[in-house]
Ligand binder design. Structure first.
Ligand SMILES: [Zn+2]
Length: 323
């Protein structure tokens, strides 16, 4: 019993820490003369020009920081934000949305840096190795073969229809449709290989839209607007990127080459963990709403694909009617 209560106490202490926003350091009472503008003040930063009270001589460490600054990278801010994204993600995002902006690395920048780190890790771990490229080629060959086969079938169907002097049969149109869909999916795959970031962004914006509707009456943060949901999504995306780097490293150690993919179970747990802290529904309610978000997202994707297939079908139908 004693052990149980002490575990509970520790747990409560951790949750209390997770919930509390980061408190910035107190202002110093010491008077300083600004090295830039000459203003005398007693604060951490100059109230007139904003320069840090502690402006020290340049050192190698400082020079390296200036070098990183070129890309708007402050290592401290970035690592600090990633740490919070794992230790208290939903609460950190809530803090950011509620106006505690200063302590954290901005969302899109975080995503950009993590995305770059992910791509570099993927390349270094052999994601583009000969074996990986060979397997990809074989896969492409298979797709091509199925297109050629569809072409062949179309050819015979045409010859038949010419013999019988009838209009294109339904099966011929269907073969044409399949060919177009295969070609479309091949083109799409080609496109997404080069535009993975755009694809991911679009997917996450759609997901943010669903979450915006489903979690709008959240007890901890009611009325979170669409923009806030998108920013939350960007931070979660960065989190998934860091998890993805872990997956790549694990795969590189156990597989011939990494795929870098995150299973839907893992992403589901990540999302639910974030939403539990950000929106404050009960655990079961959070799991249910996250699950519902996934289902709606899948339904929307199927609808979109169905719509494209329908367009393709109309296109072939009109073509068949015209010839
Ligand atoms: Zn100053």
């Amino acid at each position: 019993m004693k052990l149980f209560s002490s575990i509970k106490q520790t747990f409560n202490r951790i949750v209390a820490w997770q919930k509390s926003p980061v408190i910035p350091p107190e202002n110093t009472r010491e008077e300083t003369v600004c090295m830039n503008c000459g203003e005398t003040f007693a604060a951490n930063f100059c109230p007139r020009c904003g320069q840090n009270r502690k402006t020290e001589r340049l050192s190698i460490k400082k020079a390296f920081r200036l070098f990183l600054d070129t890309w708007g990278l402050s290592m401290h801010g970035l690592l600090y934000t990633i740490w919070h994204l794992f230790a208290r993600p939903g609460y950190m995002i809530k803090d950011y949305l509620d106006g505690h902006r200063q302590p954290y690395f901005p969302p899109f920048k975080t995503l950009l840096v993590v995305g770059t780190a992910y791509a570099i890790t993927f390349a270094l771990a052999g994601g583009f190795s000969e074996k990986a490229i060979q397997d990809q080629k074989e896969h492409n060959e298979l797709v091509k073969k199925s297109i050629q086969e569809a072409n062949k079938k179309e050819g015979t169907a045409k010859a038949q229809s010419r013999d019988e002097k009838v209009k294109e049969t339904a099966s011929e149109t269907a073969v044409k449709d399949i060919k177009l869909i295969t070609e479309f999916s091949e083109k799409y795959n080609e496109w997404r290989k080069h535009n993975m970031v755009i694809e991911q962004m679009l997917m996450h914006i759609v997901f943010a839209f669903i979450v915006w509707r489903l979690f709008r009456k959240a007890p901890r943060r009611p009325g979170t607007n669409l923009a806030e949901n998108i920013i939350a999504q960007v931070y979660i995306c960065a989190q998934l990127g860091v998890i993805g780097i872990g997956v790549i490293i694990y795969e590189a150690l156990t597989l011939p080459y990494p795929t870098g993919g995150i299973s839907w179970e893992l992403s589901f747990v990540t999302f639910a963990y974030n939403y539990k802290q950000l929106f404050g529904y009960s655990i079961w309610r959070t799991l249910w709403k996250t699950f519902l978000s996934y289902i709606i997202f899948m339904a929307l994707t199927i609808l979109l694909v169905g719509f494209l297939v329908l367009l393709v079908g109309i296109h072939t139908g009109v073509n068949a009617a015209m010839t």
